[in-house]
Design a protein around this ligand. Structure first.
Ligand code: DC
Length: 225
């Protein structure tokens, strides 16, 4: 890793508040925020568009042939491009979430997205969030945080977000899906979700977003200043 850049790895299960708090902390620190889940979501959307069974690992691996996935940053905001098309909104639907979790268990998909993540981190002060950032993608990151919260609270946050977008899904289906994704993400053979040994654990159950951001910033400052 280029020693002149600062890399902060934030990992944790879906709905723990990683993206909202990491984005705000990155803004406050003047770093870029990199949401790596968006990359897996773009691969998932590509598979859905091609009507591929996302549980079929060989078919998912074959679906990578000839595709391009890129991240671009405009005014500090990340956009994800699939074959040059901005799919930043399409990747946020519940089917795209499940497809992302499925495709992320495919070794070829992880290998396909690895260099892109490493390359961005080598060139920018950044906060990168995902599932395996502190353990696999950036094992030398100066700061590693594992952010979590109870499943009920995480489902509640997701449910409110979806309701605000006009979705009519039930709380129970959001909770069930979240538990299924947690299970998939932490039990897959390759790069499973788990805290890096040298990570700081941050449980955000009952913690306001403002306090989460303050805490993340103070952990970063303590480690790098
Ligand atoms: O963070 P998210 O919910 O947008 O991630 C979508 C899926 O992608 C998630 O179920 C697990 C997977 N993922 C991963 O395996 N590794 C990462 N670094 C980021 C996400």
């Amino acid at each position: 890793m280029n020693n002149s850049v600062i890399n902060v790895a934030i990992d944790g299960p879906g709905g723990a508040g990683k993206s909202t708090s990491a984005r705000a902390a990155a803004k406050a620190m003047g770093y870029i925020y990199v949401d790596t889940g968006a990359l897996y979501r773009a691969v998932g959307v590509n598979a859905l568009r091609k009507n591929i069974d996302t549980k079929d690992k060989a078919a998912v691996a074959a679906s990578l042939d000839g595709i391009s996935v890129d991240l671009v940053f405009e005014n500090g905001e990340q956009k994800v491009l699939l074959n040059g098309e901005n799919v930043s909104f399409e990747i946020r639907t519940p089917p795209a979430s499940m497809a992302a979790s499925d495709v992320s268990a495919v070794p070829e998909v992880r290998a396909f997205l690895f260099d892109l993540q490493r390359d961005i981190a080598s060139r920018n002060n950044c906060i990168m969030d995902g599932r395996d950032i502190g353990t696999v993608v950036l094992p030398d990151a100066q700061v590693k945080i594992f952010l979590t919260a109870s499943a009920e609270e995480r489902a509640q946050r997701r449910y409110k977000e979806l309701q605000a977008k006009g979705s009519t899904v039930s709380f129970q289906s959001v909770l069930d899906e979240l538990i299924e994704r947690d299970y998939n993400d932490s039990h897959r053979e390759i790069a499973p979700l788990k805290p890096a040994e040298d990570s700081v654990l941050l449980d955000t159950t009952g913690v306001s977003l403002e306090k989460q951001v303050e805490k993340i910033i103070s952990i970063i400052k303590e480690k790098v200043q």
